[in-house]
Design a binder for this molecule. Structure first.
Ligand code: AOF
Ligand code: ZN
Length: 356
């Protein structure tokens, strides 16, 4: 691999990263244009529905891009989506060579973008920093491959493994950690909880700062115990709710509430079937927020793709309730030694890892 190509591709990857939390469910893509050994333009996909990385780079170009080399972290698109095909713009701009990190796995592109460029006489090189590019957009690649959403399991625990507390101080983790969770919510299209969490906390789950795009709220409720007066149902005009159940469909006709019946797996909701249903609804990334039973089911059925654990420094002892399950504890102990990322928020620690 050429060290110079790798250097420019790493820069394109760093640019792409700036789009995380704003472009989803689109991939985050970065682009660098180089001419005569100098960078003449940079760009990235900034916001869902906005111009793609290549178009932004071409727009930012300080000089004519004719005869230049374009580094892109993903194969250029060749279809009309919310924006016109990037391949057209690249050909029109007179780019001589395209170096791409990864192939766009979506059916409408999937190698066709490269073919079109080659046919127009552009030299195409692929695979530079492919791994990094695929990890950066892991949910996007996972969804294209499996047609099921990328599942992020998240929980907060005290230093002694409690998931909730009995005293009035509602929270386990500090405000900085909680702010970080809000950042996480920007990437996802749906948030999933179990019926026990609805019954215990009556959450709203609408908070999604700085975006007016909808977040689907999913409840796993095999026996359909959800109370008609829950907060989730009060906000369905703006934010829809999807309930997975194993019992026969009832007559809930409220607008914005969808009831989906799926089969059973070891007496509980078949999560794989539920995920396939969400895939059909184009949900690319979900956040599983608990409680303990739901998280344990996802882990037991090996359906988690990413795990994020926030641990506070405080031991709750008698003030604690609901302990993390055995499989959660084992996972936490594994993560302490082998994590993808570790970050401190005051005294809280966040550990992140991918499964695989
Ligand atoms: C690119 N460059 O920067 C990105 C691409 O609806 P649209 O027009 O925004 O198209 C979205 C699709 O385009 C998305 O599913 C993925 O296949 C591709 N993303 N392609 O050439 C980019 N973000
Ligand atoms: Zn494009």
């Amino acid at each position: 691999m050429n060290a110079v190509d790798e250097k420019y591709m790493r820069l394109a990857l760093a640019l792409a990263k700036k789009g995380i939390g704003k472009v989803e469910p689109n991939p985050a893509v970065g682009c660098v244009i180089v001419k005569d050994g100098k960078i003449i333009a940079k760009g990235f996909h900034k916001e869902f529905g906005d111009p793609h990385a290549e178009i932004n780079a071409l727009k930012n170009s300080k000089q004519s891009p004719v005869g230049s080399t374009m580094y892109i972290t993903l194969e250029p698109c060749c279809h009309f989506g919310k924006t016109p095909p990037c391949t057209n713009a690249i050909i029109k701009a007179g780019i001589k060579k395209v170096i791409a990190a990864a192939k766009d796995p979506t059916e409408k592109v999937s190698g066709k973008g490269f073919k079109i460029l080659k046919k127009a006489g552009i030299e195409v090189i692929t695979g530079i920093c492919k791994n990094e590019a695929e990890i950066l957009n892991a949910p996007f690649f996972h969804f294209a491959r499996t047609k099921r959403p990328w599942v992020i399991i998240k929980w907060a625990q005290s230093a002694d493994g409690f998931l909730a507390r009995t005293d009035k101080k509602r929270w386990i983790t500090n405000p900085k950690s909680r702010k970080d969770v809000h950042k996480l919510r920007k990437k996802i299209q749906a948030i999933l909880i179990g019926i026990n969490t609805v019954l215990a906390d009556d959450p709203m789950l609408t908070a999604r700062p700085d975006t007016n795009r909808q977040l689907l709220r999913i409840v796993l409720d095999s026996q359909l115990k959800i109370p008609a007066d829950c907060k989730l149902f009060k906000t369905t005009k703006k934010t829809p709710v999807c309930i997975f159940t194993t019992t026969a469909k009832p007559k809930i006709t409220q607008k914005g509430v969808e009831i989906v019946k799926v089969g059973k797996y070891k007496g509980r909701i078949n999560l794989k079937a539920a995920l396939a249903e969400l895939g059909k609804r184009n949900i690319q990334q979900i956040l599983v927020e608990g409680g303990e039973k739901v998280i344990t089911s996802f882990l037991k059925q090996k359906l988690a793709d990413e795990v994020i654990i926030y641990t506070s420094a405080e031991k709750l002892a008698k003030k604690g309730k609901i302990k993390s399950s055995q499989i959660m504890r084992n996972l936490y102990n594994r993560l302490k030694k082998n994590y993808k990322d570790k970050k401190r928020f005051g005294k809280d620690i966040r550990l992140t890892a991918f499964f695989k």
